[in-house]
Design a protein. Structure first.
Length: 425
């Protein structure tokens, strides 16, 4: 009995030590809370800067539900672990952040902890927002406090067990979250550092463009190396690979055009990226866009590898070519060369097109099935898009067409199956 009692005591000590470590890791880097809601007095300059930062962070995308009041929350965010609901950011004292202090808002942005002390789920991307400066946090808080208050109670999250437990979230944070403000790299230019700050913090580009592990945490060692967006089945391509979305060999003007207008001669922003351009990057200043371009162009590029051509039997080859001639060649050219249409419309080439040749065909299938439309921007106010072929073509036909295009005119990529198309639908 003595041996079992000793083992139980050792186990209890290990558990307590582990719990203490997790508790410490969840409060590290937190500043003491000072002041209250009434002690914060915003300047007009802070409010104006906060409005700009809210655009840069694309806050409305999550915190404004379709048909709902601006920033009143309630929008469901589907994850592999259940559905999370965005919170009310209006200055309502009971249901929003009207009773928050600037220090509590900073703690939420920097440490992922709410005003009442409970831990926030990283669907609110504080693993990225932790790098913002206190001055930018205060400006954002000032602008949110200037909005119209909306009384709307925050909707409880709908997560499966054990993901619904704060204890589980605390363990996740201990393993995968480290708070820390962006530290400028002294060997880099001020413009490069500004771009890195915007991309890594408020822009939270890694939230989509990085792979995630089984627990939903981004893999920092593979920052910006591409990842499948959970449940959307859109692939955010690697920004560190010339074969995917790397821009090291682009001109700064081309990168700026993509971020400001959503359209370049090399391609267009479609799918989730079109929303980012529409809601966020088109509204950034030219110096900030130039800074982001400099940073993105500097990312180390993974070695490009040419895909292996799919072996197509004669029937598939003939069927795919016929489908292309009937539905695609008029715009994209007989040899996938693209071209210019009326009123400045650009038909993108499909030969050598990076979207077409991605290892995962998810994005290409989405575009064929649902159509592809760049965002409406000041620089492209009447975007021309591709119509959807999902209603008129069967899954098997789309698979054959996609496989053929991915292996025509010197293209080389794995085949697409009818199951791939069904999953994308």
């Amino acid at each position: 009995m003595t041996r079992w009692r000793a083992a139980a005591l050792v186990l209890a000590a290990i558990v307590l030590a582990g719990a203490g470590l997790v508790a410490w890791l969840n409060v590290r880097g937190e500043d003491p809370l000072t002041g209250d809601a009434g002690s914060f007095v915003a300047t007009p300059e802070q409010v104006a800067q906060g409005a700009y930062l809210a655009r840069a962070g694309n806050c409305a995308a999550c915190h404004t539900d379709r048909g709902g009041a601006a920033f009143a929350g309630g929008k469901g965010i589907a994850t592999p672990f259940g559905t999370l609901y965005a919170s009310n950011l209006t200055p309502d004292a009971k249901t929003g952040i009207g009773a928050w202090s600037a220090a509590q808002f900073w703690r939420a942005m920097h440490n992922g902890r709410s005003a009442d002390g409970h831990l926030l789920y990283p669907a609110f991307p504080y693993p990225n927002f932790t790098e913002i400066t206190r001055a930018d946090s205060d400006a954002l808080f000032a602008w949110l406090r200037s909005q119209v208050p909306v009384t709307q109670v925050n909707r409880p999250h709908d997560l499966r067990f054990p993901y619904s437990l704060q204890a589980s979230l605390a363990v996740w944070r201990a393993l995968f979250f480290t708070p820390g403000v962006y530290e400028p790299q002294v060997e880099r230019s001020a413009q490069w550092n500004r771009g890195a700050y915007l991309v890594r913090s408020l822009g939270h580009c890694a939230a989509c463009h990085s792979p995630r592990n089984a627990f939903g945490a981004t893999r920092d060692s593979l920052e910006l190396s591409g990842g499948l967006i959970p449940l959307q089945n859109w692939y955010a391509p690697s920004l560190a690979s010339g074969a995917e979305a790397g821009v090291a060999d682009w001109s700064s003007r081309e990168v700026a055009d993509l971020l400001k207008t959503g359209l370049t001669s090399r391609g267009a922003a479609l799918g989730p990226m079109a929303e980012v351009v529409f809601r966020s990057t088109q509204h950034l200043t030219d110096p900030d866009i130039a800074a982001m371009a400099e940073f993105l162009k500097s990312l180390p590029q993974a070695p490009a590898h040419r895909g292996t051509p799919a072996k197509l039997d004669k029937d598939v080859q003939a069927h795919g070519e016929t489908l292309y001639k009937d539905h695609c060649a008029t715009c994209h050219g007989a040899r996938g060369e693209g071209g210019a249409g009326p009123q400045g419309v650009v038909y993108v080439p499909l030969a050598g097109n990076r979207k077409v040749l991605l290892e995962t065909p998810a994005n290409f299938i989405h575009i064929v099935v649902n159509g592809g439309f760049p965002p409406t921007t000041a620089g492209n106010p009447r975007p021309y898009g591709m119509p959807p072929f999902g209603p008129s073509l069967k899954d098997e036909e789309i698979a054959v067409l996609a496989t053929w295009v991915r292996n025509a005119w010197g293209n080389a990529a794995p085949p697409v199956s009818a199951l791939d198309v069904l999953e994308a639908r």
